[in-house]
Design a protein around this ligand. Structure first.
Ligand code: FAD
Ligand code: SF4
Length: 510
């Protein structure tokens, strides 16, 4: 019986069991469609990168002998709708069965469930064979609990897959080396080059412009530097292991002007399109470390492993345990509009100008820039989480809702009231000054809380805790902030709160 199999743009997993045998009775279909390219205004590198990687994958399957229809965006027969394209191909190929891999987005999962049920032939959803845990595993792991905590989930995965373990005990005697992974970058630290990958995507970019797909950000179309297939992703991984792993954990929270990548792997795009799998990356990393123990300490390796099998699997679990309610959560009732400069980077605040400018240029910012610069500011300023989500979902090359919204609405905005994180990740200028060199070239003074040129993060930080006292004061993890507020001189406190209000009234001109 002939089967039509749909492959989505983030399902480029060569190792999937579907592709291990070439069979005449399977026909594959991939498609570039307008709703996917426009459900949010994506970064130009994200749209071009997805299309280019999808085209590569289709070519690879063809070279392997698989039979495939690839519907490019400007293909005349493309109806720009999953259901319509599939129905036409079912008719054309005479397939009597339809299969698709489970989508990672709730939106698509619902859509597919709906229209596939109305097909007159058998329709089946199969696993995407990428993640280490199943969709509903986290929900079961924390059954009956109101909040989740990453650490026990992470330990369970370490045990199950025997990763960095010595019997029942963690290698090195500790599960977690987080405390050693918080150093600022000393000046003049030599930084690794990025892996030597370059693609000419001029044709795709031309098509995107001709088809009037609205995008944001910049692209150097003749020098696109993200991996587009499994081999390139493995090359980037090897480059990371050879040049960056030894400093990964130590400097993973550090930020420096005009240095977007530091010791980060830049693997998230390849991961999220499933070019590589989390288990293989973690195993390769641990094997590499086994041979390089003289130069790489365990804190660096554990830090990297935790991001992938800890945070990444955990966020996916939260997504499936809490959607669709999660995308409506707004714990603080934040309502303000995202300032326009989030789309240009034109603000006097050096940290935000750097993080946003870099995101527009590279479609990338590392975790702490996303969490403690842009996310921190949006939360302190009370921006509506829908607008914050829209920005993050559009701007980053790795942004797919399951991992974007849990990190943004959950971890960074605390709009979930503490499902994802045990406390809001907000800070005053003190943290930013310690972890970056941004403040040294800023118009604002990181040490002032009020008065001319006082850093906005300082007054907004105290006003935030004052405003959300009823929701946060009982949280034992932030007792210090309220202790501090209690002891603050009332005149000084008034000046700080007035300063915050002045800034909130003119967010656009900060
Ligand atoms: P590295 O620092 O080298 O880390 C290695 C890998 O660990 C990453 O490739 C990624 O797959 C994984 N990882 C690390 N942190 C996280 C995390 N918190 N959640 C899930 N996986 C993690 N990541 C995305 O993949 N897509 C997103 O849309 C996204 N949005 C984010 C929004 C906010 C507000 C925040 C705070 C974080 C977000 N992250 C997102 C997580 C993280 O910032 C990126 O995964 C990371 O910056 C990607 O760069 P890298 O590959 O160089 O990562
Ligand atoms: Fe950011 Fe304030 Fe430092 Fe300026 S002074 S870079 S606004 S933290």
């Amino acid at each position: 019986m002939k089967t039509l199999r749909l492959i989505l743009g983030d399902q480029l997993n060569q190792s999937h069991s579907w592709f291990q045998q070439v069979r005449d009775d399977n026909h594959y279909v991939m498609m570039e469609i307008r709703p996917e390219a426009t459900y949010v205004r994506h970064h130009i590198q994200k749209v071009a990168g997805f299309f280019a990687a999808m085209r590569r994958f289709a070519r690879h399957l063809e070279e392997q002998g698989h039979s495939i229809t690839y519907l490019a965006f400007d293909d005349e027969s493309n109806r720009h709708d999953f259901e319509k394209n599939v129905r036409r191909l079912l008719e054309k190929t005479g397939a009597r069965r339809f299969q698709y891999q489970l989508p990672d987005e709730f939106r698509l999962d619902e859509q597919f469930r709906g229209w596939t049920a109305s097909l007159s032939i058998e329709a089946e959803a199969v696993d995407s064979e990428h993640f280490m845990t199943s969709r509903d595993e986290l929900g079961r792991f924390f059954e009956g609990k109101k909040t989740y905590v990453m650490e026990p989930f992470y330990r369970e995965i370490r045990r199950r897959f025997d990763l960095l373990m010595e019997g029942e005990k963690p290698r090195g005697g500790q599960w977690n080396y987080d405390a050693e992974n918080r150093s600022a970058l000393p000046e003049d630290t030599p930084l690794p080059e990025t892996a030597a990958i370059s693609h000419d995507l001029s044709d795709i970019v031309k098509m995107i412009r001709q088809e009037e797909i609205q995008t944001i950000g910049e692209i150097n179309e003749s020098d696109f530097r993200w991996p587009l297939c499994r081999e390139e992703a493995l090359f980037v991984l090897q480059h990371f292991l050879d040049h960056s792993l030894k400093n990964f954990g130590r400097y993973q929270d550090a930020m420096t002007s005009d240095e977007p990548f530091l010791f980060h792997s830049r693997l998230s795009f390849a991961f999220n399109l499933k070019m590589i799998s989390p288990l293989e990356v973690v195993q390769k990393t641990i094997n590499y470390w086994e041979t390089e123990k003289q130069t790489i300490d365990i804190a660096q390796v554990e830090g990297f492993v935790r991001q992938i099998i800890g945070w990444r699997e955990y966020m996916r679990g939260i997504y499936w345990a809490t959607m669709p309610e999660f995308e409506q959560l707004n714990f603080f009732g934040h309502k303000r509009e995202l300032p326009d400069w989030f789309w240009t980077g034109e603000t006097k605040m050096q940290c935000l100008s750097q993080a946003i400018g870099q995101s527009l240029r590279q479609s990338y910012a590392h975790h702490i820039q996303r969490l403690m610069i842009t996310g921190n500011f949006a939360n302190l300023a009370g921006i509506h989480p829908d607008q914050v989500d829209e920005w993050y979902l559009g701007i980053y090359i790795d942004a797919i809702q399951w991992v974007e919204i849990t990190n943004t609405r959950g971890m960074s905005q605390f709009a979930d009231g503490g499902i994802t994180a045990t406390k809001p990740y907000v800070s005053s200028a003190n943290y930013i000054r310690k972890m970056s060199n941004y403040c040294s070239s800023c118009d604002y003074d990181p040490r002032s809380r009020h008065g001319e040129n006082a850093c906005p993060f300082n007054s907004l930080y105290w006003a935030y805790f004052e405003k959300h006292r009823d929701k946060l004061e009982g949280n034992p993890r932030i007792g210090m902030a309220y202790h501090h507020l209690k002891r603050m001189d009332s005149e000084k406190k008034k000046k700080i709160l007035d300063q915050a209000q002045t800034y909130l009234n003119r967010l656009e001109s900060l």
